[in-house]
Design a protein around this ligand. Structure first.
Ligand code: HEC
Length: 271
């Protein structure tokens, strides 16, 4: 009995150390959990080594015992695995595509491809317009057609990127891409880690100040978050990951959040 507790204790300590190391390397919490579970399974195996040997079986009984044991193990493994957090590889791929898409667009080739795609989209729009004009005739129809195009495909219209709606969309997209939601709750979602809720940030900081905070997390400190600010929990990497326009869009989008019923801590200016 004493042996069981000793081995369990060792398993817990090893698990704790592994979690500590994983945490210090900023591995996702699901990995940390996995390390912990694996060390507990290790401890269980060592505990089982002490178990009394089963009495010898033969014939049908032994076959039945093997099958029963196999079913038990499969059930435990499947049930256990389904309790762990599940990843959807498609989600991750979409994110990677988006990040790479930016790089591609930046290259000359990407730019050319984008222009060709845009020209094609425009060409299609013109053709569709001509089609409708031919069929029905009249300026009234043309406006209707334009309106429907603007409705379902705003990004194919020239100059649409300058529009307010798309700018805000870029901001919201950056919130998702840069995974701010990991640390910050917004609209009641996210914020599993140590960051303040941001639903009222638009009442407390100007858009420029929000941008400053993102580019240089040390520039402002959320009241009551001295320790986190000191430790630099909010990563100082976003100015390398976003281009200025994207960061501006993210700041502008966050600036629209003015929900006074949420207790967003007061930002204190630090140099
Ligand atoms: C790893 C966790 C983490 C990530 C990721 C993170 N933050 Fe933060 N953020 C914090 C913490 C902790 C604070 C509070 C301490 C401080 O002010 O530095 C904070 C503070 C803030 C504040 C000030 C809030 C206030 O009330 O003063 C803003 C604004 C902010 N973050 C925006 C963002 C945006 C935008 C992103 C994504 C680009 C982001 N954060 C990503 C942890 C994080």
């Amino acid at each position: 009995m004493g042996n069981i507790f000793k081995k369990l204790g060792i398993g817990l300590v090893v698990g704790g150390v592994l979690v500590g190391i994983a945490h210090s390397q900023e591995l996702p919490s699901s990995f940390q959990l996995l390390f912990f579970i694996v060390s507990l399974i290790g401890a269980l195996v060592f505990i089982l080594l002490d178990a009394r040997p089963l009495s010898t079986m033969n014939g049908g009984k032994s076959l039945f015992a093997v099958i029963a044991f196999w079913i038990l193990m499969v059930t435990v493994c499947v049930a256990g695995a389904s309790l762990l957090p599940q990843f959807n590889p498609e989600d991750e791929r979409a994110k990677i595509d988006k990040l790479l898409g930016k790089e591609r667009a930046a290259s000359q080739k990407g730019k050319a491809e984008e222009l060709i795609a845009r020209a094609k989209a425009l060409d299609e729009q013109v053709k569709a317009l001509e089609e409708r004009l031919k069929g029905l005739g009249g300026g009234q129809v043309a406006t209707a057609s334009q309106a429907s195009h603007a409705g379902d495909k705003p990004s194919s219209a020239p100059g649409a990127t300058a529009g307010g709606g798309d700018f805000m969309k870029v901001g919201e997209e950056q919130w998702q891409l840069q995974e701010c939601y990991n640390c910050h709750k917004l609209r009641g979602e996210g914020g599993k880690k140590r960051g303040p809720e941001l639903d009222n940030i638009g009442s407390l900081l100007t858009v420029d100040e929000i941008q400053q905070k993102i580019a240089d997390p040390k520039s402002f400190m959320a009241e009551g978050y001295e320790k986190e600010w000191q430790k630099g929990i909010m990563p100082n990497k976003f100015k390398d990951l976003m281009d200025p326009k994207e960061m501006q869009a993210l700041a502008a989008w966050l600036g629209t959040f003015k929900n006074a019923s949420v207790n967003t801590p007061k930002p204190i200016k630090k140099n």
